[in-house]
Ligand binder design. Structure first.
Ligand code: HEM
Ligand SMILES: *[C@@H]1O[C@H](CO)[C@@H](O)[C@H](O)[C@H]1NC(C)=O
Ligand SMILES: *[C@@H]1O[C@H](CO)[C@@H](O)[C@H](O)[C@H]1NC(C)=O
Ligand SMILES: *[C@@H]1O[C@H](CO)[C@@H](O)[C@H](O)[C@H]1NC(C)=O
Ligand SMILES: CC(=O)N[C@H]1CO[C@H](CO)[C@@H](O)[C@@H]1O
Length: 389
């Protein structure tokens, strides 16, 4: 049993190596998409090529995509500058506050995981009905104001044409790039929902306290295998995790009167001293006047750990997986990736091969961004992302 497992992993690695080699060859080939408009001007660490438009039948993504009417550059006639406007607006916002990138990346996860990528996450509650925004796991989700700004820039160029769901997906792609991740091609043509899914959002979104089997189950129900799940959580390479999401691991983990034993000792001390002030019983009233690591946030009252504490763009993914191998995962859900045989294998693979990770991550982001999209007449293009037309 053990031997066959190892053998199949070796065979698998070989396949990965071969596909990476092919990918290099493809990058060298000048595809019909490699025009200056489509790709960002600076050089990403990895570019995932869109498949040749002429061979769409062969495109695995497209075969997996039940919505045949999504396509590359959907707005090529109705709003040809849409993707460029989204790109430049995200970049302008990022210049002002670098935490916009993680915020926008997290937003696409929360939108797509609950009833598909339909911008339902953006809807404000209307007279008494509860919206996804108010669902518990939404806590500390930000970026709504950013989407409003991007949307208004797009509306100036082409009113009523570009959906909020497409804006979320494209803004997240740009954010991945800004965080040092890969560039991946995205279909457009998503429509916006006309309803919010409060009930679903409150129990369908995974919790930071979930153990591995729950996480695997939750991602599997959306069609992600273990490899894809491990790669997708690599999104936690960027941004900030606030202490309240892992505080329960520091002192009295599951009523054991001790810390989570999977935390590295030195790291535990760092987390404890970072988070000490967030303990409900400790009260600190002196506001911080110096700029805090997570810009607008008040580090005294709402402390947290930055994921890229070795500095931005040190290699999106490298630190995350290495940290997990050292018992330095922040969320329980992150650290649990080393608790299963197959997931741990992928953590190891990604920790030692950032190109492999970035390629997998890009492909999985494409899949995430295509989850249960609304197309054609199944939705609308909202004028204001916060409310249905
Ligand atoms: C089991 C699945 C997941 C759980 C339980 C989870 C939970 C969390 C939690 C609790 C935070 C901290 C929020 C805060 O402190 O403000 C966070 C941050 C973040 N998550 Fe996840 N997450 C999951 C998967 C994902 C995925 C799949 C993505 C994207 C593809 C993602 C992207 C992010 C980003 C970028 C941040 C940083 C946000 C910021 O700094 O503004 N997460 N996540
Ligand atoms: C837009 O894309 C469609 C489908 O790929 C194509 O038929 C059309 O010629 C394109 N229009 C322009 C202006 O490029
Ligand atoms: C730890 O948690 C358990 C269960 O919640 C509780 O009974 C116990 O008193 C806690 N211990 C401390 C030191 O707070
Ligand atoms: C946390 O703060 C309290 C005082 O507020 C202090 O006594 C304690 O030693 C601190 N613990 C750590 C781990 O820094
Ligand atoms: C950003 C945002 O809208 N967060 C909301 C999440 O849900 C809580 C209620 O549970 C709201 O108070 C927050 O405003």
């Amino acid at each position: 049993m053990d031997f066959t497992r190892k053998l199949s992993f070796l065979v698998f690695l070989l396949c990965v190596l071969i596909s990476l080699k092919n990918q290099k060859a493809e990058t060298n080939r000048k595809g019909s998409f490699q025009n200056d408009d489509y790709f960002p001007s600076d050089s990403p660490s990895l570019i995932i090529d869109p498949p040749d438009q002429r061979n769409l039948q062969e495109d695995e993504n497209r075969r997996n995509n039940p919505h045949q009417w999504l396509r590359y550059d959907y707005y090529n006639e109705s709003c040809p500058l849409a993707e460029q406007i989204i790109r430049s607006t995200v970049r302008e916002l990022y210049e002002l506050r670098s935490d916009v990138a993680p915020a926008l990346l997290r937003l696409v996860f929360h939108d797509c995981f609950v009833e598909g990528c339909d911008a339902s996450v953006l809807l404000d509650p209307v007279d008494g009905t509860e919206s996804e925004k108010e669902a518990l796991p939404n806590e500390s989700l930000k970026g709504y104001d950013l989407i409003d700004i991007i949307k208004s820039e797009v509306e100036k160029a082409c009113p009523g044409v570009v959906s909020c769901a497409d804006i979320i997906a494209l803004a997240a792609r740009e954010s991945v790039l800004l965080a040092g991740g890969p560039f991946y091609p995205l279909y457009t043509g998503r429509k916006d929902s006309t309803v919010s899914f409060y009930d679903v959002a409150s129990y369908e979104l995974p919790s930071p306290q979930d153990d591995l089997s729950r996480t695997i189950e939750s991602f599997a129900s959306r069609g992600f295998d273990e490899r894809e799940t491990v790669s997708l959580l690599g999104a936690h390479s960027t941004g900030t995790i606030h202490c309240k999401f892992f505080f329960n691991r520091l002192y009295n983990f599951s009523g054991t009167d001790g810390p989570d034993p999977s935390i590295d000792n030195e790291f535990l001390n760092l987390l404890r001293s970072t988070c000490n002030h967030s303990h409900p019983s400790s009260s600190s009233s002196s506001p911080s006047l110096s700029p805090s690591p997570s810009s607008s946030e008040n580090i005294i009252h709402n402390p947290g750990m930055k994921m890229d504490y070795e500095g931005p763009r040190t290699g999106f993914g490298t630190l995350y997986y290495r940290s997990l191998l050292q018992g330095k995962g922040l969320l329980f859900v992150d650290q649990q990736l080393t608790a299963g045989e197959e997931t741990e294998t992928w953590v190891r693979a990604y920790a030692s091969d950032v190109t492999l990770f970035q390629r997998d991550f890009g492909l999985t982001m494409i899949k995430l961004s295509n989850l249960q999209v609304l197309t054609a007449t199944m939705g609308e293009v909202r004028v204001n992302c916060r409310k249905v037309n």
